[in-house]
Unconditional design. Structure first.
Length: 276
């Protein structure tokens, strides 16, 4: 694994990647709320992907990347940075894999792809309905009540993630490690945007991100852990006849909790020609 600091003015993204060759397929991984590229570390250990470029950035405000100089952590800004990273490495034939908030950002990244560089998309529990916003909504509620700092550090990071979830799912201990490096203002800004975008529409299905996801014409698949996804979101996938894959016994981080099964599925999805 190679480490690169990608500078953009006075800001920088920390990027984990392998040796980049412009003539081969590229896997771009986008982490979620409070996370870092650590959540995808198993891909570097899986020899089946040795013939792919692997690019795993930490978003601005997360992991080892810098803070935003103007406190702008909006999705549009993250997407602008990602396109600059893609251009920096001069890669084509992109498969984008986004987890949780990273799935939301990846959905918008795919929709903004004017040059058809992205050829496939794996959405791991990104927002496609209004029913899976519990962490983001709790953050917003805490901020509105004036106790976000206490909620973030004590109730969420320690009591919920480490002491509760961490006793059941190994993935949550890694998530806790990433949360310690996450700027709380980035977390809150992105939690607010997740809630806004996934409740923006009127009617039964309120997620504008879900509307955009359904409209994408590239081959795509929605992956989820059976221990975390809402039944309403599974119903939505079936109703819209979207391709999906559940991982039994997995919590929100199926690429960690069920790493062997997830990366086997990813390999098959990438190298199967006939996708709908």
């Amino acid at each position: 694994m190679v480490e690169t600091i990608f500078k953009d003015g006075s800001e920088f993204n920390y990027i984990r990647h392998d040796e980049i060759s412009t003539d081969r397929m590229t896997l771009l991984f986008i982490h979620g709320l409070g996370e870092s590229g650590q959540c995808f570390q198993e891909v570097f250990e899986d020899g089946r992907f040795d013939n792919c470029n692997i690019i795993v950035p930490d978003l601005i405000g997360y992991g080892k990347s810098s803070e935003s100089v103007n406190e702008d952590y909006g999705f549009d800004t993250h997407i602008e940075k990602l396109w600059k990273i893609i251009e920096y490495f001069k890669v084509l034939d992109l498969i984008v894999i986004g987890h949780s908030m990273g799935g939301d950002i990846a959905t918008l990244l795919c929709a903004s792809d004017k040059n058809n560089k992205i050829v496939r998309f794996v959405n791991i529990e990104g927002g496609i309905t209004q029913y899976d916003l519990f962490i983001s909504q709790e953050a917003v509620n805490a901020a509105e009540a004036g106790n976000f700092a206490h909620w973030f550090h004590d109730e969420f990071m320690t009591a919920t993630v480490l002491e509760n979830w961490g006793q059941k799912y190994p993935s949550c201990k890694r998530y806790h490690s990433s949360l310690r490096d996450c700027r709380s203002d980035a977390f809150l800004a992105n939690a607010r945007e997740l809630c806004q975008r996934n409740t923006a529409l009127s009617g039964k299905q309120r997620s504008d991100t879900g509307r955009i996801y359904c409209s994408l014409s590239i081959p795509k698949v929605f992956c989820y852990g059976t221990e975390s996804i809402s039944s309403e979101t599974v119903d939505f996938l079936k109703e819209k006849e979207l391709k999906y894959q559940g991982f039994d016994g997995s919590f929100h981080w199926s690429m960690i909790d069920r790493a062997k099964e997830f990366y086997s599925f990813l390999y098959e999805f990438i190298y199967t020609e006939d996708q709908t």
